[in-house]
Ligand binder design. Structure first.
Ligand code: MSP
Length: 479
């Protein structure tokens, strides 16, 4: 059986998760579900990035030990993911003993290979990014991302020989164009790598919340070196080895460099196979402002769900903006899509058809013309290429076709059981295809019509139920 391994970034548990974190995790859930439908064995990994100065600072602000601090936040992440119907297979924490063991093994391997050496780091550090900056990178002394002053550092540090991998990385991007997606991000990275790569510091000595280097315990492993390895260490768990290398790392565009430059170079050095694709999605803003804790405009998960329900939130985030591009979030836009697409188009179709089918029954016609209008192969291609918004567009085009069919055939007058069969049959196909996006709704529809959403081979299977049950209102309109 073919496998599909998809990951999200592991989030910093320095606060509760927000819409930005939910977005990546929903996209991963959609692709995990889609690949399950296709009959693949899926491993969907998410988790938390718990070491480093950022977490240590957040904990000390509350007078807590970092471990105690993160232990309190993890249930909030798990609870949010459950509320959003995110069916991950494993939740990794970088404080897990199994993970720490693998990080040490890889560090030792890379050290033995001669790719790690002791030096002195002199430069700047932004704790909010957990990233090193040169003076040239800063904007008026501030970190270019967080606009906060970066800390000047001068300390003994171990370095990873990234410079050694410049040509190998360029060759990787050339030979495997799907390694960095979408395509516009690829060129950005290639151009920067061509400018030259500097070795990067992989240890700190000025604090101790992290994994000790196995060859020098006075040094704490740089949080990104530790964190990136989560994707690999999770596949060392029982029964998971078959999933490496990962098929897809979904990340935000902000952390593309770490994933497409540091990560493959680390793996090359350790002699580990490389993941297939790193897909960077865009950023959500609120009134064009970057969303975040410090800006005070982060949309919390409970709030997101309260606006129009879980499925509407999931649907909106993936429909509103092409996957890969930035989007601006507003409650009005979410409510508009909830009302005009989920309630008026999908909800209305289901409600009219199931009511009439319950009343008049259905009968299999000799030829089903309606389902032939579903552009199934194109939708499949879009989903396989991670073009999620395009897939939804085509599914909704077909919902429009079905609604027009109801209007033109007037089954409420004709009581034509064959027309109703065609419509119920099309609704079955729609439910399969929308299930990765809005699972709760699609499972409700499946139970009314009497089918199970399992293998995509059954998308157009004949309807076997004798009796169709009429649906309640699936999406209540919001004023
Ligand atoms: N811990 C690192 C990732 C390590 S992965 C080996 C990290 N964590 S984070 O908590 O800051 O979350 C990062 C991810 O959250 C981003 O890459 C992105 O996927 C998501 N988002 C956070 N805010 C976001 C938006 N406003 N919009 C979209 N996604 C955003 O970086």
């Amino acid at each position: 059986m073919t496998t599909f391994y998809v990951t999200t970034p592991i989030y910093y548990p320095n606060d509760v998760p927000h819409l930005g974190h939910a977005y990546t995790t929903i996209a991963a859930d959609v692709l995990a579900r889609w690949n399950k439908l296709k009959g693949k064995q899926v491993f969907f990994l998410t988790g938390t990035d718990e070491h480093g100065k950022k977490i240590e600072n957040a904990a000390s602000a509350e007078g807590k030990h970092p471990k105690e601090f993160v232990d309190n936040l993890i249930p909030k992440f798990k609870d949010a993911w459950q509320r959003l119907d995110l069916e991950y297979d494993h939740f990794i924490r970088t404080t897990d003993v199994d993970h720490e063991k693998i990080v040490k093994q890889v560090l030792q391997k890379v050290y033995d290979k001669g790719d790690i050496y002791l030096g002195e780091y002199e430069g700047y550090y932004c704790t909010a990014c957990e990233a090193y900056y040169t003076e040239k990178d800063l904007e008026n002394g501030n970190c270019p991302v967080h606009k906060k002053s970066a800390e000047k550092l001068k300390e003994k540090s171990y370095f990873f020989k990234l410079s050694k991998y410049q040509d190998k990385l360029l060759e990787l991007y050339k030979k495997n164009p799907e390694f960095i997606c979408p395509a516009n991000r690829r060129q950005e990275i290639i151009n920067r790598v061509k400018e030259g790569l500097k070795d990067f510091s992989i240890s700190r000595t000025s604090f101790d919340w992290g994994i000790k280097l196995p060859f020098d315990e006075k040094h704490i492993c740089y949080v990104w070196f530790d964190a990136l390895l989560n994707y690999y260490s999770a596949t060392k768990l029982k029964g998971k080895t078959k999933f490496w290398p990962a098929d897809l790392h979904i990340i935000g565009k902000d952390i593309l460099w770490f994933h497409t430059v540091y990560w493959p170079a680390m793996l090359m050095s350790a002699g580990i196979k490389l993941p297939k694709t790193i897909f960077a999605h865009g950023w959500w803003t609120v009134q064009s402002q970057k969303m975040g804790k410090s800006a005070g405009n982060a949309i919390k998960i409970n709030h997101l769900i309260r606006i129009a329900g879980v499925d509407s939130a999931r649907y909106f985030l993936l429909r509103e903006t092409p996957f890969g591009q930035d989007g601006d979030f507003s409650e009005e836009a979410l409510i508009e899509r909830h009302n005009s697409e989920l309630a008026d188009k999908l909800g209305n179709l289901i409600s009219r058809v199931t009511t009439l089918a319950e009343k008049y029954g259905i009968k299999k016609p000799n030829k089903n013309h309606l389902i032939d209008k579903l552009k199934f192969e194109e939708i499949e291609k879009y989903l396989d290429n991670y073009e999620l918004d395009k897939a939804i567009n085509l599914i909704f085009e077909f919902i429009d076709v079905c609604n027009e069919y109801v209007q033109s055939k007037k089954p409420w007058e004709t009581k034509n059981k064959e027309v109703l069969y065609e419509l119920v049959h099309s609704i079955q196909a729609i439910s399969f295809l929308l299930w990765p996006f809005i699972p709760e709704t699609c499972e409700k529809i499946a139970s009314l019509i009497g089918f199970e959403i399992k293998s995509y081979k059954n998308i157009t299977k004949p309807i076997t139920a004798k009796k169709i049950k009429k649906s309640d209102i699936l999406f209540q309109k919001i004023k």
